[in-house]
Design a protein around this ligand. Structure first.
Ligand code: GLC
Length: 730
């Protein structure tokens, strides 16, 4: 015993001689680190070796995406980084442990953005953050906020919108929610990671104006409004330079211009140019390989890599580690309140579900007892997308269970058909007719899956409904209309699909995206009117795929060719459309769309009146009164767009600058909502002078319930142009 104590004391003494993180000045800790320790700390902990060879502790949280290493002699703990944007992604079982480690599958990011409600988004973040904390992790690798440049990007379900303001405000709310639990976030993938095809080699060729106004703006808002602990640099190249090695992007823009105070970690890639990454300000290489540690050590010794760059990044890593639960020695429980979090998921889904069509008040359902459930998605329902955005959840409530739990009886015969087939099955006119006789209404659910690593295709069965799916809609609608009954189509999709060619057939269309593990319950609450839908589209539904300007520069027809750096949309993708993305394009050039940005119906109606603007200095406060003029309670969203006067630069007809959602308004009740923005928020980016320019002149303020439905218009005079010089060029 005595020897053990002596060794302990000696170790304790050694340790007590070494400065301790959190107890001694951080510069002292940096100075006490060996070059190998510094190199080790900048490389993720999932590699073959570590200083303290801790063996199995690499499995601190099984299936967590990554770790940073510990240096016990300096009081530096491990940290654990885990996915993803729809909830915590860890292994649900553990060897020799009968407990299940399920996490809550929340609504996908696109559905959260469809709420247009930062309060609800923050609440989801709080629940997600609590699961990160209680399962012993330190950072959630979310939110993912790349712009919806093209509807066929495989990861759009993990992303929010085609509009950078909606992206930024939603991301900031999510970051605030998650970080309120004392854990970190990793806003990703910074930047221009807008396709999955050859995502690790493809170069996004983006103009400085499109970069600044669209692809970077969401990140800028998120950083300035919520200070995420970390940013994840993306796999791709940006204008030929890997973002992970891009000093203007990661240091000049992110830190010098935007004031980002956290660390940058790479996306999960092997060794690249570690020296360039360290120099650029990429602090942490994930998941981490020993060869990267060796390269740092060797290149500092060779003089190729400056010690000041290494020390700068090491210091930022230590500052990050000091925020983490592992550093605080938080006693996590492995028992978050999953029941309570499931309720949060259900409420958020209900807040974002979007009513696209409701002819003759088909919804909410009335005098319905038996529902005929068609469509594979009614049974094989999608709670979320695939890849690192997946969650290992305890259950998924599909449409059938949701309706049964709400007291409806579901045609057993049809259910048996689908459960047996596991895919779309043809519904003949005769079969539809027979079911129309013995059910009160028909619900048809179509699903679309997508995920990381691959983009979607503009084919039937993906962007377009198949002939079989269209025949189901036609045959069922003909049969039910023949006996005076109604048909509802439910879209359980991860990204935009074509709707124009068939939307006139059914009586109602409900867009539920990938709805969370509580999807069936949320859908039933909307179909029954227990909750009045208030979701609004965060992107445009076009008439057809090739109407979208970016489509001619997107790999929608990629089927496994080999990589070729010189090949368009494979080696490089030319963002030829510039700023003309989504409503910025369709609205400005008056192109017809199937459903416009910001659109969503309600079971009630609203009136907008008495809009006012108050400007003090550069700060603008706009108020508008919204009254529920219908017969049921509901929420509305006020969307505030500004239209700039003609200037040197060609500008979109209007751009979203603020929004606000009402509380639940009872019939006849009014609420005055307030929205703020600054005059420089209306600036355009002038490449010739590399600066933001807000032209002098008279601006219009357009307040509406979608980008096409404007109810109130104000004017705002800017007497003197404002020019803000930017530093970085990417
Ligand atoms: C993946 C994804 C990223 C994820 C990371 C860890 O490749 O691009 O979003 O967080 O690796 O799983």
């Amino acid at each position: 015993m005595a020897i053990l104590c002596a060794v302990c004391t000696q170790a304790q003494n050694t340790r007590s001689k070494a400065p301790q993180l959190g107890k001694d000045p951080i510069d002292k800790v940096v100075a006490a680190m060996t070059l190998e320790e510094k190199a080790q700390l900048l490389i993720g902990g999932n590699h073959e070796f570590s200083i303290d060879k801790v063996g199995k502790s690499y499995d601190l949280v099984p299936w967590a995406a990554g770790m940073t290493i510990s240096i016990p002699r300096l009081g530096i703990p491990f940290t654990v980084e885990t996915d993803g944007p729809a909830g915590v992604r860890i292994k649900p079982t553990r060897d020799g442990d009968s407990k299940m480690y399920y996490c809550t599958g929340f609504p996908v990011a696109t559905l959260l953005a469809s709420t247009w409600n930062p309060v609800v988004v923050k609440k989801v973040g709080q629940a997600m953050g609590n699961e990160v904390l209680e399962y012993g992790c330190d950072v959630l690798l979310a939110p993912a906020i790349n712009l919806h440049r093209n509807p066929l990007c495989g990861r759009n379900f993990e992303y929010y919108s085609e509009d950078p303001l909606l992206i930024g405000k939603t991301a900031a709310a999510m970051v605030h929610g998650i970080q309120s639990q004392g854990v970190g976030t990793s806003v990703k993938h910074f930047a221009g990671n807008d396709q999955e095809t050859f995502r690790t080699e493809n170069s996004s060729q983006i103009s400085q104006r499109a970069l600044r106004e669209l692809y970077l703006k969401g990140f800028e808002i998120a950083v300035k409004e919520s200070q995420p602990w970390t940013i994840m640099s993306s796999y791709n190249r940006l204008n030929g330079v890997y973002t992970q090695e891009d000093y203007p992007l990661l240091t000049t823009l992110l830190r010098d211009e935007w004031g980002f105070k956290g660390i940058v970690m790479t996306d999960w890639i092997g060794k690249r140019n570690t020296v360039a990454q360290v120099h650029a300000g990429n602090d942490l290489m994930m998941p981490g390989q020993a060869v990267q540690v060796k390269e740092i050590i060797d290149e500092v010794k060779s003089g190729k890599l400056s010690m000041s760059d290494v020390d700068r990044n090491v210091k930022r890593m230590l500052q990050f580690i000091m925020k983490t639960p592992h550093f605080r020695k938080y006693a996590f429980t492995n028992a978050p309140d999953l029941k309570a979090h499931a309720e949060v998921a259900r409420e958020a889904a209900e807040e974002g579900i979007t009513l696209l069509k409701n002819d003759n008040n088909t919804l909410p359902m009335k005098d319905v007892k038996t529902v005929a459930l068609f469509g594979n998605g009614s049974y094989n329902f999608l709670a979320g997308g695939t890849g690192s955005g997946e969650v290992n959840k305890a259950y998924v409530v599909n449409v059938q269970q949701g309706l049964e739990d709400a007291g409806f009886s579901i045609s057993e015969e049809i259910k048996a058909l689908y459960i047996g087939a596991g895919e779309e099955i043809p519904i003949s006119p005769g079969y539809a007719k027979r079911n129309a006789a013995n059910s009160d209404i028909a619900v048809i659910t179509f699903s679309r899956q997508a995920g990381e690593g691959a983009d979607r295709h503009n084919t039937k069965g993906d962007f377009y409904l198949t002939n079989k799916e269209k025949a189901i809609i036609t045959n069922v609608t003909n049969a039910y209309h023949a006996v005076g009954k109604k048909v509802i189509v439910v879209l359980n999709i991860g990204g935009v699909i074509e709707t124009a060619s068939w939307k006139n057939i059914p009586d109602a269309i409900l867009l539920v995206w990938q709805t969370s593990q509580e999807g069936g319950h949320a859908i039933a609450d909307i179909l029954t009117g227990k909750v009045n839908p208030s979701g609004k589209l965060p992107m445009t539904f076009p008439m057809d795929y090739m109407d979208i300007p970016s489509s001619k520069n997107f790999p929608y027809n990629y089927y496994g060719e080999h990589f070729d750096a010189s090949k368009k949309n494979i080696g490089y993708t030319n963002y030829e459309e510039g700023i003309w993305v989504g409503y910025r394009y369709f609205n400005t050039f008056n192109k017809e769309v199937s459903y416009p940005f910001g659109y969503g119906l309600s079971y009630t109606t609203f009136e907008f009146k008495d809009a006012k603007v108050k400007k003090s200095g550069n700060n603008c406060v706009v108020t508008v009164s919204i009254t529920n003029t219908g017969s049921v309670a509901g929420k509305e969203v006020a969307e505030l767009y500004t239209a700039a006067p003609k200037g040197k630069l060609e500008k979109p007809a209007c751009e979203l600058k603020a929004y606000a959602k009402t509380k639940v308004l009872q019939p006849g009740e009014s609420e005055v909502v307030s929205m703020t923005f600054s005059v420089p928020d209306m600036a355009s980016f002038d490449e010739a002078t590399n600066s933001w320019v807000t032209d002098a002149g008279t601006y219009k303020i357009l307040i509406g319930s979608s980008v096409q439905d404007i109810h109130q218009t104000l004017t705002l005079k800017v007497n003197k142009a404002i020019v803000q010089k930017a530093q970085a060029k990417m």
